[in-house]
Design a protein around this ligand. Sequence first.
Ligand code: SF4
Ligand code: SF4
Length: 366
Amino acid sequence: MRNEEFIPKWLAWEITRRCNLNCIHCRSSSTMESEEGEFTFEEAKKLMDDIATISKPTIVLTGGEPLLRKDVFDIAAYGTEKGFRMCIATNGALVDDEVCKEMKRVGIKIVSLSLDGSTPEIHDDFRKQPGAFDAVINAVEHFKRYNIPFLINSSFTKRNAFDIPNVYKKARELGAKAWYMFLVLPVGRGEDANEELLNAEEANYWLNWHYELEKELILKGDNTILVRPTCAPHYYRIFRQNAKRDGLDLKRRNLVFGTGGGKGCVAGQSIALIDCHGWLKPCSYFPISDVNVFDIPFSKAWFESKIMQDMRKIDEFKGRCGKCEYLKICNGCRVRAYWKYGDYMEEDPVCDYVPVKIRLKDNNKP
Ligand code: SF4
Ligand code: SF4
C-alpha cells in the first residue's frame, strides 16, 4: 500500500562489502575477503531508474569501503544525472588527487569520514589499523584542497568514550561541516564487542553532555559545525526536557544531507539501506530483511515489505515506547529493541525513561 507520507529521502547503498580496515564495531564485519556487491553497473542503473520513479533522495554510497569498487564513480555519475544528491562514506585511506578529481567530476555533494579518536593512538586502536588516523587527516587535506565538503562520523564505546569532547574539537578544527556522535550498536562485529557498548547510564551522560554542546552553539549563533548524535533517538526527548528545564526555546539546525526531520529515528519511514546483495533494510544497522530490490523493483519493495510497513506503524510499538509521550519525536531504536527482545516493535533498551502514562498507572495502584 502506497502512503505518500513515507517516501525515501535518504538511502545508504552498500556497493561492496570489501574493506581495507578491520574496525571492532563494523556493522558488516567487512574485510578485504568480503564479497563484492553482487550486481553489475547495468543493474545499478536499473535500480536508480526505478528509485527515481518515487523520489529523488540523497544516496550515500557506502561499504565496506566504496572506493574499492571499480565502477563507484560511474554509479555516482549516473545517480547525479538522475537528480539524486550523491554522497560517499569512506574511511579516507584511498583518497588521493585522482579520487578527488573524480568526486568533483561526478558531482559528489558531501563525503563522510570516520574519526573515532582525537589522536593516532586512540583512533588506530579502535580501527585496528596503524596509520588509519593519518589517512583521515590526509583525506581531509585533499578535500580542502579540492573544496569538497565533508562531515565526520565518530563511533563510541566504553573504549574511547572518554575522548568524545576531544574528537568534537578535532572535527571542528579540521573544518567538518557536521559532526555526528554515534553510540555503537550491537550488530555485525559490534556483537563481539557487546561488553564494550555504552549502557543506558553512560549513554545518558554523553547525551546530556551533547545537549550542553548543542545549546551553547545555538545560543552563540555558531553555525560553523552542525552537531547531532546519531542512532540515539531518545536524545530528542532529552533535548526537549533539558530545554524546558532551562526555560529555552532552542531552534535546532538541520543538515541538507541529513536523514531528515525533527525526529530521532526515521528507519524505514524516510531512510533505508540497500545491502550489497540487494536486500532492503530499514536502516544501516537492521539485521534482517524480507525483500530484495534485484527481485522486486525498489518502488514496490519500499511500500510492500512487511518490515518496512511495520516501521511506519508507530501506534503498534510496544513497552515503554508504545506508551511514551515522546514517541512521535523519538521513535526509539528498532534495532536495539530487536537485539534485546527479538522484536523490533518492542521498547528501546538503551533509554531508561518511564513514560507519564506508566507512572500514573503505577501511582494509582492500590
Ligand atoms: S533503528 Fe536504531 S540503528 Fe536504525 S536508524 Fe533507527 S536509531 Fe539508528
Ligand atoms: S521510551 Fe521509547 S519513545 Fe520514549 S523516549 Fe524512550 S526510547 Fe523514546
